[in-house]
Design a binder for this molecule. Structure first.
Ligand code: KMH
Ligand code: ZN
Length: 276
């Protein structure tokens, strides 16, 4: 079994300070939360950014500022900008996060359209998937294929068959948005991807911890963080993203699974080693 890559989604686009006052908005807060996750054992930061008032943005300049600030305090962490942004953003807006310098090693590639609660629909047509895949390929960015149900695995494989995404694919199973977040469904997802592909999983809300434990046992990689969950337990808010990562590190220790450093995570994901 590979060592465990812990990804931390420190900010998200939907969660607010009303949900948890520690949710970061400013550049300083984003760097603080990234550092707390990194210090606790996260090898990868999945990044959304906000304006100071909390409005989500894919603005290239804001991403650049945040990535530069994170890099100063987490010298070797893998920084994975979101290209999902927030519901309703255009494709061009969303892709700005891939235009920063240096070019990100990874970025998310959302592999289908899904219900996002209420009347919200997160739109990712076949053309969007293929176009995002082509642009990431051109720029040398490894996609993390975000899939919110089994059909999205199939859409990713369809895009790969047409040459828009390269093998081995790295998937992120986001459970609890559209499909239920159960161990049964996690097993179904993990056994539905081709051999040689890698996967991370996350559960939304309180399912975060069940999915983390099952994923550690199954040999997948774990994502936790404020984007997906702001509670340690019922009614108990997490003080930081680092506190959540620390719990995953403890779970892994109890289950005899070693945690990957950023360098080891790069090797597992087929990324180039960081230049000295
Ligand atoms: N905020 C969601 C609409 C991603 O980061 O690629 C999209 C999302 C997925 O979070
Ligand atoms: Zn995201």
């Amino acid at each position: 079994m590979d060592k465990l890559i812990i990804s931390c989604c420190i900010c998200g686009a939907e969660v607010t300070k009303e949900n948890n006052p520690a949710v970061p908005y400013t550049v300083e807060e984003i760097a603080r939360e990234a550092k707390s996750a990194y210090d606790a054992g996260a090898a990868l930061i999945h990044l959304h950014v906000r304006w100071d008032d909390g409005t989500p943005t894919q603005d290239k300049g804001r991403f650049q500022e945040c990535v530069d600030a994170i890099r100063k305090v987490c010298p070797d962490v893998i920084i994975q900008p979101s290209t999902g942004g927030a519901v309703g953003m255009t494709d061009l807006e969303r892709l700005q996060s891939t235009e920063i310098t240096p070019t990100p090693e990874m970025a998310t590639l959302d592999c289908g359209t899904c219900n996002f609660g209420g009347d919200e629909i997160f739109i990712n047509t076949d053309n969007t998937i293929n176009n995002f895949g082509d642009i990431m390929k051109e720029r040398g960015i490894k996609p993390e294929c975000e899939v919110f149900d089994k059909g999205m695995i199939d859409l990713a494989l369809k895009a790969a068959k047409k040459g828009h995404i390269d093998y081995p694919i790295h998937f992120d199973f986001v459970l609890g948005v559209q499909m239920t977040a159960t161990v049964r469904d996690l097993v179904f997802m993990a056994t539905s991807i081709p051999a040689g592909c890698t996967w991370t999983a996350t559960g939304i809300g309180r399912t975060s911890w069940d999915i983390a434990a099952a994923t550690i046992a199954m040999g997948g990689h774990v994502r936790v963080g404020f984007e997906d969950n702001v509670y340690m337990s019922k009614g108990v808010l997490a003080k930081s993203n680092g506190e959540m990562v620390e719990r995953v590190v403890q779970m892994a220790k109890l289950m005899n699974r070693e945690v990957a450093t950023p360098a080891e995570a790069r090797e597992i994901l087929g990324l180039k080693p960081l230049e000295a």
